[in-house]
Design a protein around this ligand. Structure first.
Ligand SMILES: Cc1cc2nc3c(=O)[nH]c(=O)nc-3n(C[C@H](O)[C@H](O)[C@H](O)COP(=O)(O)OP(=O)(O)OC[C@H]3O[C@@H](n4cnc5c(N)ncnc54)[C@H](O)[C@@H]3O)c2cc1C
Length: 381
């Protein structure tokens, strides 16, 4: 039987990062994925993911984001490709809402470069946006987007370059820990490994039932529109990443990540329909398109009023009650480590989470403060 130091279960955004970091450190890594490489059944597809440091989730996320920015650069150097497109980003919403004051507070407390803009200033700088007078915005100049499919691909390629063994179309069915190691039973084989990292996204609670993770899986829809008047004003450099609180919702969108004819992406971060990750309805309905168009109508009229619907895709959030991630040791003997419950906002942290997982495996502790993400916090609550 082959012997591996560590098996990584699930090779999406987080698992591919873990494989890369662990293999680059010289460990014998086995990566196991139930689907093919870079697929669209989980949470890491859809052409773009916003990256943003003036975090409305709170200043405690900022040190981890700083580390992530450094590691995005390192990853670019390692693979020789541009991954992080720095377009700038706008967080827009009511002056006294939940989002803008929180983003401003994170920026101020952590000394981040940013600008606080009135609605007029937003309209002047980006005429594509039409915020009303009650709105303000935080502009984060270092913000932008990364492409999830490209990121997963390069992390898997780099892991392989460092001798990781990656197996696809192989589903992990059971993980059993003993004092001496961990047995991993899959649809094809049984492996004995020293340590297991579980990065199975929405499927994680099913693989680690003893952890009793209170994760809710939500079906989310991503949409792409063709702007009226053409896509030139929506290209990276002319149009920022944006997130916008309004009408009791939080909408978001990205510049045209796929050139002039790829459409401009928008979606709703808040809400979502609870779903079983094995029975996801992938059909996007006219009323779901209309909901996003309604949101855009008064805010980005060139997308919402005349903008032609181009395409859509369904993606999954695995939400925890506090929307903080779950990262840490997850078993009696400390041989199983988990990163999941990413609640629809972890892609920007991907290389930093990969690094933390490697440190948890090799050293038992992470260099970043992960107390916010402790798997034990729910039991205690
Ligand atoms: C619509 C949408 C928009 C988002 N926007 C942003 C954004 O703008 N910015 C941001 O930072 N984040 C964003 N996110 C969140 C981010 O994309 C996720 O947090 C991240 O991709 C989660 O990665 P993951 O590795 O945990 O999950 P996944 O990528 O789903 O990976 C889990 C993997 O485990 C595999 N797996 C599961 N079970 C098994 C098994 N039994 N055996 C083997 N393999 C298994 C799955 O097939 C899958 O490949 C968004 C997410 C969505 C859905």
């Amino acid at each position: 039987m082959e012997r591996y130091d560590v098996a990584v279960v699930g090779l999406g955004g987080l698992g591919s990062a873990a494989c890369h970091s662990l293999a680059a450190a010289g460990l014998r890594v086995l990566g196991l994925e139930r689907f093919g490489p870079v697929h669209d059944q989980g949470a890491s597809h859809g052409e773009s993911r916003g990256v943003w440091q003036a975090y409305f989730m709170g200043p405690s996320y900022v040190p981890y984001l700083r580390r992530s920015y450094t590691l995005w650069s390192d990853l670019e150097e390692a693979c020789g490709e541009t991954l992080f497109h720095r377009t700038g980003g706008l967080c827009i919403g009511p002056v006294d809402g939940a989002l803008v004051p929180a983003a401003r507070n994170s920026a101020e407390q952590c000394g981040l470069e940013h600008e606080y803009l009135t609605a007029d200033e937003v309209r002047y700088r980006y005429p594509q946006f039409t915020p009303d007078e009650e709105c303000a915005a935080v502009f984060d100049p270092g913000s932008g987007y990364v492409q999830p499919e490209q990121t997963v691909r390069v992390q898997l390629e780099l892991a392989r370059k460092h001798s990781a063994e990656l197996r696809f179309d192989e589903e992990v069915r059971e993980i059993a820990e003993s004092a001496g190691g961990v047995r991993v039973l899959t649809s094809r084989a049984t492996y004995e490994v020293g340590h297991v990292v579980v990065t199975a996204g929405c499927w994680t609670p099913g693989l680690l039932p003893a952890l009793d993770l209170p994760v809710q899986v939500l079906r989310k829809v991503m949409l792409w529109f063709e702007p009226t008047g053409g896509a030139d004003d929506f290209q990276p450099g002319r149009f920022p990443y944006w997130i916008w609180e309004g009408d009791g919702m939080v909408g978001y969108g990205h510049p045209a990540a796929n050139g002039r004819h790829g459409g401009v992406k928008a979606g709703v971060h808040s809400g979502g329909t609870p779903t079983d990750p094995d029975r996801v309805d992938r059909l996007v309905r006219p009323e779901e398109i209309a909901e996003v168009q309604d949101f855009l109508r008064t805010r980005i009229p060139r997308l919402g009023v005349g903008g032609r619907y181009r395409k859509s895709s369904v993606c999954l959030y695995d939400n925890t009650p506090d929307q903080a991630f779950v990262i840490g040791r997850a078993s009696e003997h400390g041989r199983i480590t988990v990163a999941a419950g990413t609640s629809g906002h972890a892609f920007k942290f991907v290389p930093a989470i990969g690094e933390s997982l490697r440190e948890l495996v090799t050293e038992g502790v992470a260099s970043q403060d992960l107390s916010l993400f402790s798997p034990d916090r729910f039991g205690a609550a």
